[in-house]
Every structure is written in C-alpha cells, then in structure tokens.
Design a protein around this ligand. Sequence first.
Ligand code: NAD
Length: 485
Amino acid sequence: MTTIQPVKNFINGQFERNGQQSMDVFNPSSGEVISTLPLSGAAEVDAAVKAAEAAFPTWSGLTMKERVQIFFKYRALLEEHCEELTELVSIENGKTMGEARAEVMKSIELCEFAVSMPQIICNEVQEVSRGVECRTERKPLGVVACITPFNFPNMVPHWTVPNAIVLGNTVVLKPSEMVPLSTVRMAELLKEAGLPDGVFNVVNGGKEVVEAICDNEGIKAVSFVGSTRVAKIVYKRASSNLKRCVALGGAKNHLLVLPDAHLQMTANNVVASMSGCAGQRCMAAAVMVGVDAVQPIIDRMVEEAKLIVPGDNLGAVISKEAKERIEGYITEAEKAGAKILVDGRNTTVEGQEGGFFVGPTIIDHVTQDMSVATEEIFGPVISIIRAKDLDEAIKIENDSNYGNAAAVFTQSGGLARRVMEKASAGMIGVNIGVPVPREPFSFGGWNESKFGVGDITGKSSIEFWTQNKKTTTKWNPEDKTNWMS
Ligand code: NAD
C-alpha cells in the first residue's frame, strides 16, 4: 500500500501544516487512505494573500520575457517528472495510468501556451492626432485565486496558474480536497524552476477556504472549475464582493448520431467519450440522441463497451458516494422504464475489492423526463434518447440546462453544419466525441456550464487575467498643434 506524507499548505515558498482539522485522502482504486490534508480556513487564506501581495510588486515589475523563463524551466521539469506525476494523478484520482499520462502531457502543452505569451500579446499604439498617441497595455490584476475540482488534479490547475502568473499576477490556489497531492508537487517544481516565494501559494481545504477566497478583499479575481451548484455560489459571492469571476460548472453533453455516420468510428468515439476517465470529464458524452435508424451503431457500441475491463482500461470513480450515486441513477432509469443494454452496477475488480468501480453502462429508450436525461451523472454512463429527425434531436439538445459541449456524427457536411449552428453549447464536435479546443483556442461552455464573461484558457484567458491601461501622450512641436492636441 502506498502512503504519502501528510499534505501541507504552501505559503510564501514554505510548506506549513496548519488548519484546525484534517481529512483523509483516498486511493479510489483500492479504497485505502493514502494521506491526509489540513482543512484550512480564513486565517490560512489571509496568510497566503498577504504573501502574494508582498510578492506582487517585484513579480509584476519584471518584463513578460523575464517571467516566462521560469515556465520554460518548469515545463522541462514536468517532462522530467512525467512518470512520477502520472502515478500521483492515478493514485489520488483513480484514473488509469494512460489517462493520467495524457493529463500530464496536457499540462505540458498548457505551459507551452503560457511561455508563448510574449509572442501573442502585442500592445497597441497609434497616432490619433498630430503628435498625439494612444497606447493600450495589458497589466496584471494583482492577487488572484484559482479553485479546482477533483477530476483533473494536474491539468485543471494548469489551465489557469501558468497564464495568470506569466501575465504578472500572483496566485492562491485551492485544489479539490479529494485530490491535493498533485498540487504539492506543482508547488515544489515551480520553486525548483525558480519561481520567487509568494508568487504561487496553495491553501488546502473545502468550502471554508472557497468562502474565504470569495470574501478576501486582497483577491482581485477568482477562477472556479467544478459543479454548477457550487459555480453559482462562487460566482454570486465573488462578484457581489466586486471581484472579477469566471466559474465553470457541470455538463450534460449531447452527441447527435445520424444514420449515415461511420459505424465503427462512431461506436468507438461515443463509447470512448462516455467511459474515458470513468465518465468523470466535463466533456464526456452523457446523452446520445439517436436519429432515426441507428440500431446498428448502438449494437456496435454495446459490443465495444463489453470489451472494456474495469481496473485495466477503465479506472475507478472518485469515491464510495460517487459509486452509489451513479448506480442509483441507473436503477432509477430502469424503474422508470428505460432499457439497460450494458450494466455497470456491482462491478468489482479482483485484488482491488475496496475500489470504487462502476462498469460502462448504456441505457436505451430514455425519455427526456427521466433524471438520467437531464442531471449530470458524472460516471461511465450514456443515456440514449431516440429522435425521429435532426430537428427533434437539436431540440432535445437545446432543452438541456447545460451547454458545455455537443457533437454530431454524420458524413453529411450540410447536416453537420446545421448542428454547428443550432446546438446550444460552447464547444462543438463534428465526428469527435471529446471536442476540447486546443490552445490558443479557448475552453468554456454556455448556459449553466459557465458563469461570467470569456473562457478560461487560451487567448480568452488573457482578457480575464489582465486589465488594459490606456495612455495618451503628446510630444509635438508647438507649431504643429490642432484642435485635438
Ligand atoms: P465541486 O463543485 O464539488 O467542487 C469544486 C470545488 O469547489 C472544490 O475545490 C471544492 O472544495 C469546492 N466546494 C465544494 N462544495 C462547496 C461549497 N458548498 N461551497 C464552496 N465551495 C465548495 O466539483 P467536483 O465534484 O470536485 O468536480 C466535478 C464537477 O466539476 C462536475 O460537475 C464537472 O462537470 C465539473 N467540471 C467542470 C469543468 C468545466 O470545464 N466546465 C471541468 C472539470 C470539472
């Protein structure tokens, strides 16, 4: 059994064990306790904010070219420690080593975007009247905070932290209390890369830390990634305290499958989208809307799903409670009259009997009034709703409260184009089950999948983490003045 040192907060470049109480960290694949973390509160947030405030003048005073040098080194350290970081993600989150490695690779890619910032950002200057120039420059906000969920312990912190820091801000990060281990290594490696003390701080804990972040007057902006329920709380509380906030919430992604879709490719994509990372991705397929004669595709999906081996190419879900919740949804759908084509309930893995496993589950003949059609399950479960034509399928997608992603599978460009136009979601896939935009494109949903203006990654994040300074100068000879100068 692996046990890991108790987690500490990282404040002003030092690891400190503080917080009144502690909580256990589990390995979801075995069900065993592997570490503990402190449950911090307002005092620890305040200490982290003070350290970040003290670090801000020097850090923001460097040029962007100087700041990115740290992230060139950090990126190299991520590569050097890739296997160790992969294991850590797998141990604390339960995903397979392959999925965990892909996550760390994505963090490396996110650093590549951050170090390219000096090439992307060019401030503007124009002579607006004779001898009079207007210029705009992007300036950092000050101390900012990032709050992250359990499902990508390494990647989601890298959605925000490198960009925010490269742009001149200093950061307080609150990782999910269920997966605090990856951010300990993140702090250690950033320090090793040469990041000055106080520029990056980590405060561990739950709700109390989030509330203290939303209330702390020293924090200028808050990014949040998590469930819609909490995104709403954070968005309201942070913005009512006059902070800039973007809060990404949950999802119920619809995949529209048309009868002309490529049989094998579609079956593979839909099953991979719903079962990858045990369905615990905000981009996972949750509802398949089967348009007209798609039975052969569904039959092939069933065959593909049956090839998945929990504990081998399917990881665990995060907790015992998550397993019970997911299985509860399947039972409820069965009672409501849906047909369970592949049933992942009561899954156990030999040698890992304490692990929280749910097998891949395909539920057919779901109707829009069932909870499996509308609520986020966050497990390896797909609900199939049948539609007579594309218009009905689009309406079903549009009826969802969420709007993170939507996808269409077809060989018709015209029909794909209709879905691209009409789907009510921020990220659209055509013949792709997990349509994550890669940098420099930005990540973010619509409707109840995101609150606030702009997206969280890519070019859109530049807007979020900076403010524009507008300067007007006049350096003209006196005989060249006109009415404006
Ligand atoms: P969560 O909302 O339970 O927790 C997210 C963060 O909020 C954690 O740091 C947690 O400590 C904190 N928190 C929890 N309850 C709180 C409360 N009552 N008040 C204040 N803070 C609170 O989410 P999770 O279970 O960790 O992650 C899964 C969810 O995240 C899913 O809904 C998933 O769709 C979503 N998610 C969304 C995206 C996206 O880009 N839209 C990406 C990843 C995950």
